[in-house]
Structures are given as C-alpha cells and as structure tokens.
Design a protein around this ligand. Structure first.
Ligand SMILES: [Zn+2]
Length: 544
C-alpha cells in the first residue's frame, strides 16, 4: 500500500466518521421531544369574568399584609377578609366544614362520598406583600376594575386562588355536585413569610388526623406567553418541585484601629474578597432539569436549539455558557448565589473591627444544605471568614432542602396536564422547577404529588407585577380561571385508580437529619478546605 492509498483511506475513514456523527446528532434531534398529542378541546362551564373580578376586587381591599415582623399582623384585615368570604359564599360556608388554624388561616373540608379514596387538596394564601401606593396606576388596595383588569395587590399573588377556588366550589354545590373524594381547601395567612404558622400548621393538623392526600394543587406555574426566546407557542408550566433555600452569614473580626495606619488587610477587604470569590465561582451547573423541561418543549424549538438540547453529551459546555447569560435559565441550571446584606463601619476614619454580610442561596434539586455550605467554605478558602447560618445554630434553621420531585406519570399530574391542554389547546404543557418558595412544600409530608399551577395566562413581563407595582388580572383570566377550577375539582375528585403510584413517603421526603448537624468548627472547616471532594468547583471566572 503506497502513501497515497493510505491517505485516501484515511480521508474516507474520517468522512465516514463525520457522517456517522452527523447522522447520530440528527437522529437524537429527531427523537428528542416528539410533538405533544392534539387533544380535543373540552366544554368548560362559561363563567362571567366581570363578576368574579368584582368579588376579587373586594378581597383585595383588605390589607392582609405580611410584614417581616409577625407582631405587626393586622388582625382586623384578616378577620374582615374571613367575613367577606362568608358573605360572598354562604353556600360553601354552610355545606363545608370550616376551621380557623392559628387564628388567621382557613381549612375547609368537603366530605367525599367514598372515604376509602385519597382526598385531594387545593391551596392558596390570604396574605400579600406590602405595596407603596405612590407608584401605582390604580391604588393597590382599591380593587378597581379599569381597562378590562381588576387592579391591586393579591390579584396575581394569591387572592385570585382563594376567590377562584371558592367560586368553583360554590358553583358545584349549586349544581348539586358531590365529590367522590374528600376535597380540602387550605388558605394560609403567612405564605410570604414562609408559611410557618399557616400552611405548616394546616398540614400538621391534617397529619395529626392521619390524613394522606392524593395531591395538592398550589400556585407556582401558569400559562406563559414568550416563556422561552424563539418559542411563540404559549407554555403551560406545572411546578413539580421547588428550589431549596439557605442564607449564610459571613463574619470577619479583627482588631479595629485608626485609619491613618491601616494593616495590610482590613475586615472590609477580607469580607469583600470572600464575596467576590463566591460571585466569581458560581455553583456548578447541571443540565438535568432544563433537559427534562426541553424534552417537553423541543418540538417548538428552532432546529438548531433542539439539536443542542438533544445532544447535551456533546454541546453541554456550550449550553451551560449560553444559559447562564439568562437570569431565569441560570437559576434553572444551578444553585444560585446572591449577596443580600452587608454591613461594617460607622465612622470615616475608624477601621471597623467587624464586617459581616449575608448571602442567599437557592438550591437546585440534587444539592442539599450541607453540600452547599461545604462548597461555600471551600470557595472562600479563608479561615478568617467565619461562615454561620443566618438564623440559629443549624443549617436547617436558616434554610431547607429542595423539595422532592413529583412523579409526572401519576394520574394526578396526567389529569392536570390534560385539563390544561383542553382549556388552552394551543399551548404546550411542561413540568417545571419553581424558583421561588411556595406553601406547597409544607404539604410534602402528606403527599408525593405537590403540583403548582394557576389557571391564568400571563405575559413574561407580567411576572414582575407580582411583588412589584401595578399587579392586575384580566377579566378574561378571572372567568377562565373559575371554569378551570370547576373542571379540575370535578375531574380530580372523581374515583380513579391511583394505587400503582403509591410510593413510600419516607423514601421521597428528605428526613432533614443532616441539617441539624452542628456547623463545623474552625479545624473542621480547615480540614474540609483541604478535602479534595470540596475543591473549588472548576468553573471559569464569570466576568461578562
Ligand atoms: Zn404567593
């Protein structure tokens, strides 16, 4: 064989390999995310959105604000709202059992015909975040109806859920409907503070009665327009898990002194360096969640993007770089790092002896409190920076692990997804990771199916109205929301076989033992920093 033949063979071989690779990429792309099945639209009950909007407007007028200081709770506002609900929905209040929990939260029980079947639960919350009147187009507690919208704090988060669910139950009662399964409604009063006294107490009360739920439906996902760049189809996102939470306090203490003779390094300098290192070494990116999501949406993606997501084995690196440029998508691929408080110094010519900062982390499923804490120590890599929980002595007091992931094969998820397709035939439906916190996580001890979806359609830009200014809900959304809840209760409270998805709850729920471990001593911290497992994650400096 002469050299020419050898070269030709080599070129042909390489060409064959390239063709094979291309074929493989295309095949993976073609198999990735087949189009979602068309579903016949269902006939939903027609509901007068205007009158729902008016009743929601009344609920908005009660300033049920959650302040950071729980002592500041305005009991008049909460009791006023309770009275309003009784006045608006007398049928519900005479036929369902209503209990108040910790004075302000509400639990309703609608007995089902068959006590053998697992009950379902729908939850929402009565409290809202504060609002600064001056910035709003229409006053935040007016509940005014203008330009086709009901305006005010709570119209998107989350009084719409309270009114929407009660409207649906009221309608069904008037139709003589009786559920097969028991239906619980739970409206917490401190969701915006973490749900400790509301949702957690309701959940504990049900647990004490031996209740196990088939599923819980909470806020957390909606129908989104412009959900992803280049995807014009509206997307119904259903939260099946939510991120964990951890706040850590960084403390540097050194002898203070006069600023005329500063030492080489100061408390402020050392603390700044630690924060800088944390920002420049983001927690490692992982693509499982986004890949899972894209496997539902891929059919709507432009070809090139679909090829990237279908072949993360090859394009994972490129994807991680691209995704971290978007605030939202970055939060879907990693545990995020956010310095939120910093304090040191009081006088311009005195070196402070103490500097401290608080950094807030939102944990991606797969990470846990302990791992994140240890990684933080390794990244800061400076024993002069003490890292302690923001509150209390244990990590569990300053945070919680990501919630377990609900099973998308369960009939509870499947029925919900189907209803969404029936109500919004033009949309794609996908499971999703909720980036913020919801009350749903408080019900994890009662069910493996915590699902987060509100039947309303928003633009991407609308999301900043929640907790921001000019929160509002369209009259059209008001009507469709109630129609949806009616169908949801009819469908999900019916008898169906859910035995096959029975899971051992202890396997799913993290027992939290690790989180109660005392935080490491300084020596342990040092040892950790030299442990290879906790080397600084190999991430490029994030300067752009
Ligand atoms: Zn909320």
């Amino acid at each position: 064989m002469n050299i020419n033949t050898l070269l030709i063979a080599l070129v042909l071989g390489l060409a064959a390999l390239a063709l094979f690779l291309l074929g493989f990429l295309l095949l993976k792309t073609a198999l990735f995310s087949p189009p979602q099945k068309e579903i016949k639209p269902r006939r939903f009950v027609g509901v007068d959105g205007k009158s729902v909007a008016e009743r929601l407007g009344l609920a908005v007028q009660f300033k049920t604000i959650s302040h950071d200081d729980p002592e500041r709770i305005d009991s008049t506002a909460f009791f006023g709202l309770h009275r309003l609900l009784k006045t608006l929905y007398p049928e519900v209040h005479s036929r369902l059992k209503m209990e108040t929990v910790n004075d302000y939260s509400l639990l309703y029980t609608w007995e089902g015909k068959d006590p053998e079947l697992k009950p379902i639960m729908l939850i929402s919350h009565l409290d809202v975040v504060p609002a600064d009147e001056a910035d709003w187009t229409h006053p935040p507690f007016s509940g005014e109806i203008v330009d086709g919208y009901v305006w005010g704090r709570g119209t998107m988060d989350d009084k719409l859920g309270v009114i929407g669910i009660l409207e649906a139950v009221d309608y069904l009662l008037k139709q003589g409907f009786q559920p097969e399964r028991t239906v619980y409604l739970g409206f917490g009063h401190d969701e915006e503070l973490g749900g400790e006294n509301g949702a957690a107490a309701i959940s504990a009360l049900l647990a004490s009665r031996g209740v196990r739920l088939g599923s819980v439906l909470d806020e957390g996902g909606t129908i989104m327009n412009n959900f992803l760049p280049n995807v014009e189809t509206p997307v119904g996102v259903v939260g099946i898990s939510e991120k964990g939470y951890l706040s850590l306090r960084l403390i540097v203490e050194l002898a203070g002194g006069h600023s005329s003779m500063p030492p080489e390094e100061t408390t402020i300098g050392i603390l700044s360096r630690a924060i800088h290192r944390l920002e420049n070494h983001p927690m490692p990116a992982r693509l499982e969640v986004i890949e899972f999501l894209m496997s539902y949406l891929g059919s709507a993606l432009p070809f090139f993007q679909r090829m990237l997501f279908a072949n993360t084995w090859l394009f994972g690196g490129i994807l991680k770089k691209k995704l971290r440029k978007s605030k939202t998508l970055n939060a879907v691929i990693r545990t995020t790092t956010a310095p939120t408080i910093i304090s040191a110094g009081e006088k311009d010519n005195v070196l402070p002896g103490r500097a401290e900062a608080v950094v807030n982390f939102r944990l991606l499923p797969g990470d846990d409190l302990r791992t994140v804490y240890e990684r933080v120590l390794a990244i800061i890599d400076d024993p002069r920076v003490k890292v302690v929980p923001f509150i209390g002595d244990t990590l569990g007091e300053s945070g919680w692990d990501p919630s377990p992931v609900a099973d998308v094969e369960s009939p509870y998820y499947q029925k919900l997804a189907r209803l969404i397709k029936e109500a919004y035939p033009e949309c794609l439906v996908t499971p999703y990771l909720v980036l913020g916190g919801t009350d749903a996580r408080r019900y994890i001890p009662l069910t493996t199916n915590t699902l987060r979806f509100m039947p309303v359609q928003f633009e991407q830009d609308d999301l900043q109205r929640m907790h921001g200014i000019d929160e509002r809900l369209s009259i059209e959304n008001c009507g469709k929301m109630v129609s949806f809840y009616i169908a949801y209760i009819e469908e999900l409270s019916s008898a169906f076989d859910d035995d096959e998805i029975e899971m051992d709850i202890d396997e799913v729920v993290h027992d939290g033992d690790d989180d109660d471990l005392p935080i490491p001593t300084l020596e342990e911290t040092m040892a950790l920093q030299h442990d290879e497992d906790f080397d600084i994650p190999d991430m490029p400096e994030d300067k752009d």
